[in-house]
Design a binder for this molecule. Structure first.
Ligand code: 9MR
Length: 393
């Protein structure tokens, strides 16, 4: 802070400087030309750190979309700093981990509701909406789910979906029913991921129907979502659209399309927004949710994701300012774009602060800073860029 006392000191310093300059050495009869010395301009005080007003983030988009964050129960039980940000700035939560099958149903016939119940009760007591994540995924699911004939697999899956969706009926407003069912392999001839679910269904994607239909039956008012990553890439997006088109054409229950949006500072906002526009153009009436937004500070080559080679070097605690500026501008471009698109009903970041992010260990272990609050839980320039149009990051 530049205080009044500092200003006085500076002015005093300037005056002394002026005296020295004008001080005659005495004895010299010729009059020196008058010297005018301007006191140095005091340095501009650094701007006060941006601190959003309570509710400013969610209120900025009220009437457009919910503002969510993915969390774990540990974050609401720890030192209160994450909970404070969450309660002050967000109005929706997603369970980052604890509503997945391996937590809820660790072994056949055993249901453990401890963590999901705690999340739901926390959200409700703070007036926050809840996105359920996720009923069906090829990860975080115990092996017993995939055992037996397709008919047995179907019965088990339907039972699981019915148990979970019924428990939170009327309390969870949207479920990511099926997650990451689209393949990254463009050579297959169909758009479906080859996975444990594909195999267990008998070498087809029937499991997608089973999960969506069971979810609809268990809670007719809950919004049912399909969720996918890398939708900004044309090939993946075309396959996603093919999967959705097939569900819509066959009247399989589906209310919305999720875009994870794990992106990096080299991503263009226009590519990301094109994914939203493509779904809007194809499917009138489907909601869209940005489900897992974060912006890695590392612009890694493909090889880093494929076999962890060529990954950008760890910045440690010295993240370059220009990277954070780029990140702030990208966050701003995205939120401006989201605001202009009526089908977007929810935008969630995958975490709250840089102190806890899956990107600290993916694709390699490295310090990352992908979110809107930093490791000290101070808001970042990215949040200011989203909320203050006059701010230049
Ligand atoms: O961030 C999540 C991490 O904490 C979990 O350990 C992991 C496995 O359950 O899942 C991570 O979340 C993933 C999400 O469920 C689906 N999209 C990709 C996310 C990052 O891996």
């Amino acid at each position: 802070m530049f205080t009044a006392r500092d200003r006085l000191k500076l002015l005093a310093g300037g005056a002394a400087f002026a005296f020295t300059g004008c001080g005659g050495g005495g004895g010299n009869s010729s009059t020196p030309p008058p010297i005018t010395m301007t006191p140095p301009t005091p340095p501009t005080p650094p701007p006060a750190a941006f601190e959003p007003a309570v509710g400013q983030f969610r209120d900025a988009f009220s009437g457009k979309f919910a503002i969510g964050a993915a969390i774990k129960t540990s974050q609401i039980n720890e030192d209160g700093r994450d909970a404070e940000i969450l309660e002050n700035q967000f109005n929706s939560i997603t369970s980052e981990f604890e509503m997945k099958p391996e937590v809820i149903a660790p072994s056949e016939g055993v249901f453990d509701w401890t963590a999901p119940d705690a999340l739901v009760e926390y959200a409700e007591s703070n007036g926050m909406a809840i996105r359920g994540h996720t009923l069906l995924w090829h990860q975080a699911t115990p092996d017993y789910f995939f055992a037996g004939t397709p008919a047995e697999v179907r019965a088990r899956l339907e039972n699981y979906v019915t148990e979970v969706v019924t428990r939170y009926r009327g309390r969870i407003f949207a479920w990511d029913v099926v997650n990451e069912v689209v393949t990254d392999d463009s050579s297959l001839g169909d758009p479906y991921r080859r996975s444990n679910w594909w195999d267990a269904s008998g070498g087809n994607a029937d499991y997608i129907d089973w999960a969506l239909e069971a979810a609809r039956a268990a809670d007719p008012d809950c919004l049912l979502f399909i969720n996918e990553y890398s939708t900004r890439f044309a090939g993946k997006r075309a396959r996603y659209i093919e999967v959705i088109r097939d569900l819509v054409d066959r009247n399989i229950p589906l209310d919305g399309v999720g875009h994870q949006m794990h992106i990096s500072v080299e991503t263009n906002a226009s590519d990301v927004l094109a994914a939203i526009d493509a779904i809007d153009a194809e499917f009138m009436g489907l909601d869209q949710h940005v489900t897992e937004l974060d912006i890695s500070i590392y612009a890694d080559p493909e090889s880093c994701f494929a076999d962890q080679t060529g990954c950008r070097a760890d910045y440690g605690s010295n993240v370059p300012e220009d990277i954070l500026r780029t990140q702030a501008e990208l966050y701003r471009g995205l939120f401006n774009g989201f605001s202009e698109r009526n089908s977007i009903k929810s935008v969630s970041t995958w975490g709250i602060s840089d102190a806890q992010s899956w990107l600290d260990t993916f694709p390699v272990t490295r310090t990352n800073a992908p979110l809107l609050w930093d490791r000290d839980r101070d808001s970042k320039t990215a949040l200011q860029a989203i909320l203050d149009p006059d701010f230049t990051p």
